[in-house]
Design a protein around this ligand. Sequence first.
Ligand code: PDD
Length: 307
Amino acid sequence: MQQTYNAFVTGSTENPRWAYVDGVFVPFASAAVPLEDRGLEFSESLYEVVAVINGKPFRLADHVERMLQGARELGLQEGVPPLARWQHVVADLWARERFDSAILHAQLTGGTAAREHLPGQRKKPLFFAYLRPFTFPAPSLIAQGIAAVTVPEMRWQRRDIKTTMLLPAVLAKQQARQKGAQEAIFVGQDGYVNEGASSNVCVVRSGVVASPPPGERLLEGVTLKAVSELCAELGLPFHRRWVSLSDLKGADEVFIASTTTLIMPVVRLDGQLVGGGKPGPITLRLAYHFQKLFTGEQTAAAGSGPF
Ligand code: PDD
């Protein structure tokens, strides 16, 4: 039986003790969001998940920029703290929690207003964040890979915005779990692959790494950007192009990329073996170099910056 990867199951069950809510640090257990928060009632809300190793956030500036882009779309840009504030918040939360390995969950909502789709009064956005202990996949797990299933795309049209409207993603992950898989891959009505329920998808064919083009059909991953940089460094061609379902199923190698899965080989897809059921050499090479980058950037950052 293949070892399964479910981040929140393999992760520590220890709870955070602190949260940063609307500018102040409060005990996690008493931190609360009002019932008429527009994030809760209308999904007028954005989020980021940032890897934090030994107190050092991985590629924080990319995450802040992505939240800012989404916030401009929702008219909430004034609520996104500047990068220096995020750095301070991560450092302060970490000093309180001292988790070796964690994710920062940061969320921006439309704030509280009497329930109306478009409230008459301008409301103040709410920003909150906390660190949750998290175990990233170990090299031994990456060496095994995971199973994935494909599911019809049923999310909204602006998937480039990192909103908290995650019910379709949760339903897709449930389908995956029922079929013994760890990730669901959304396929559009036109038969082209978009992305995973919480990851980007890459295929490798004849030594070329490819991922669907940027645009409204998928979220531009911070991890995917790192993949493209690594390909350039390693001299591997990296293309953004449409990937059909048959292209995906016939690929030499398939992998997913995200903050929490890192670069994770997909070795089984809809019950069929991918690449003979073993992670392929290019995926493993990228995964190896990504691990180095992931841990190396934390170490490099340790001696500099605001920490
Ligand atoms: N999700 N696509 C979707 C739909 C995602 O939810 C994610 C990440 C990604 C990859 O983005 P990044 O490399 O920046 O993490 C792509 C996070 C991890 C989550 O929801 O927990």
